[in-house]
Design a protein around this ligand. Sequence first.
Ligand SMILES: Cc1cc2nc3c(=O)[nH]c(=O)nc-3n(C[C@H](O)[C@H](O)[C@H](O)COP(=O)(O)OP(=O)(O)OC[C@H]3O[C@@H](n4cnc5c(N)ncnc54)[C@H](O)[C@@H]3O)c2cc1C
Length: 585
Amino acid sequence: MSVGWLRACALVMLGLFSVSALAKDKTAIVIGGGVAGLTAAYELQNKGWQVTLLEAKPSLGGRSGMATSEWIGNDKTQPVLNKYVSTFKLSTTPAPEFVRTPGYLINGEYFSAADLATKQPATAEALKRYEKTLDDLARSIDDPQNPASSNTLHALDQINVSNWLDRLNLPATARELVNQQIRTRYDEPSRLSLLYFAQQSRVYLGVSDRDLRASRLVGGSPVLAQAFVKQLKTIKTNSPVSTITQDKDGVTVKAGSADYKADYVVLAVPLRALNKIQMTPALDAQHLAAIKGTNYGWRDQIMLKFKTPVWESKARMSGEIYSNTGLGMLWIEPALKGGANVVINLSGDNARVMQAFGDKQMVDQVLIRLHEFYPQARGSFTGYEIRRYSTDPSMGGAYLAFGPGQISKFWRLWERPVQRVAFAGEHTDTLYPGTLEGALRTGQRAASQVEDLAAGKSFEPTKAVPVVAAAAAGAVAAKKGNFFSNLFGGSDDEKKVEPVKAPEPVVPPAPAPTPAPVVAPAPVEAPKPAVPVKAEPAKKAPAKAPVKKPAAKTEAKKATAKAPAKKAEPVKKPATTPTTETKAQ
Ligand SMILES: Cc1cc2nc3c(=O)[nH]c(=O)nc-3n(C[C@H](O)[C@H](O)[C@H](O)COP(=O)(O)OP(=O)(O)OC[C@H]3O[C@@H](n4cnc5c(N)ncnc54)[C@H](O)[C@@H]3O)c2cc1C
């Protein structure tokens, strides 16, 4: 064999080797070990990437790990979640019929939707009217991926949900129940963009509560996180990321005293947590404004434990139960964790007003109210568990809930990577924010974007929604005449039809009411909870729930997927370029 031939062979071999070495050496860092980050890491690893997952806390699973035992949707409503459930062969248990439709607690008395129709017809009628008006509003959105497609729809983003509800003139009890439902599923109506509410209602239009609360993961949602964790090779817990530095060669991430280097990063932390990470180069003004300004719903969960049920012992009450008094949504879990338990979801401003309270004070406030309905409550009380998502700095709220003006400014902003960083997390999903399904979807999307980036694809910066182009659609809607009359509760007043105007600059968001000032927890006028329960007929409720949010959020058990001690070699390569903080806190 000639020397030239040998050389040629060697060169070919070298070439092959370096190609495969390159392929093997594709590296990514995933920041955040909630289900979005876990999904991104899993998908990238499956595609041959070397992935290091960095999680600030000692445990994985993020918000899903805390809200265990949620009811989950079937594969029609939550296909991505169900795909992983079957990939990991996780066991589920079907939801009993009585948890699949919501119930109501009016001044301490429990009503199924069917009961309400016979025993409180005025309230039932008003709820129906509200649902119909909301459905009509939702139908006015053709494409939930582009909700502000006309001037008229765009205008909805400047209105808050409370103003819209005022126009419906609901009787007091119905309004209180509607308020509770909205604040539990999203946030306080006064803090919520009407367009966002309409868009989410559009997403769940025609979706049955039964499909959304179809089963439960045996062991609760932590088993999903654990299943991902088992698959991942390199996880570093207790690793809060403080800086991300991008340059032409890659990305350097600092977590504690260690530096990690990779080709790409998936950033899967909530916006409040992102606010604490310095990025170099800094994010642009729009991203910074979104980090600072995007509204998150507030929702805290308390599980009160009793020796025996303090409510009607034959009651089979469970599912989402909306009270007309301060406390919001309740969930009775007689069978869970022994004894008899009530999970109370404090949401919206009912949660904000409790911000300054210690855990025990908060529980006391709830017990005081419970005792009003059930005098045995104090005697039977054995303890509590509490999860305060709203005040946890790594979360800063329960989930995304766009406030007035925010869709106009931040719609789909986080769907696009910024240089070598792709974003994931429930807040980056267009259709299913605030859900496991949404978080999982974004993990998949971010993983495939990293692949695209590696393949040389570039992502255009986000463009503002072209309201101008959609003006014609708005004109058509206006000509039909009843758009706003449907919107505001069936009036035929044509004067309310908004003329389609030339595009205007986006109106700055109406300032959301600032969170309730921190008050000393002394003599508290805390929201008046209702808890209690009177007999419950386990009947099917024919009325359709108005807004569909996936699986009711339930349990307050701390759920942590244990991270196996896995290797991840820190790379010693300190950031050299000057850093810029994403936003001053
Ligand atoms: C009370 C409540 C009830 C819910 N109920 C349901 C339900 O019934 N059904 C449903 O589908 N969904 C429900 N959800 C929503 C669902 O839990 C979330 O949408 C989902 O868990 C969000 O996942 P994520 O990965 O986007 O974010 P997270 O779970 O918040 O993950 C982000 C992770 O990033 C970590 N992190 C933050 N900062 C850093 C840093 N600097 N460095 C490294 N790591 C960092 C955090 O510790 C966290 O682990 C509920 C949520 C709440 C709060």
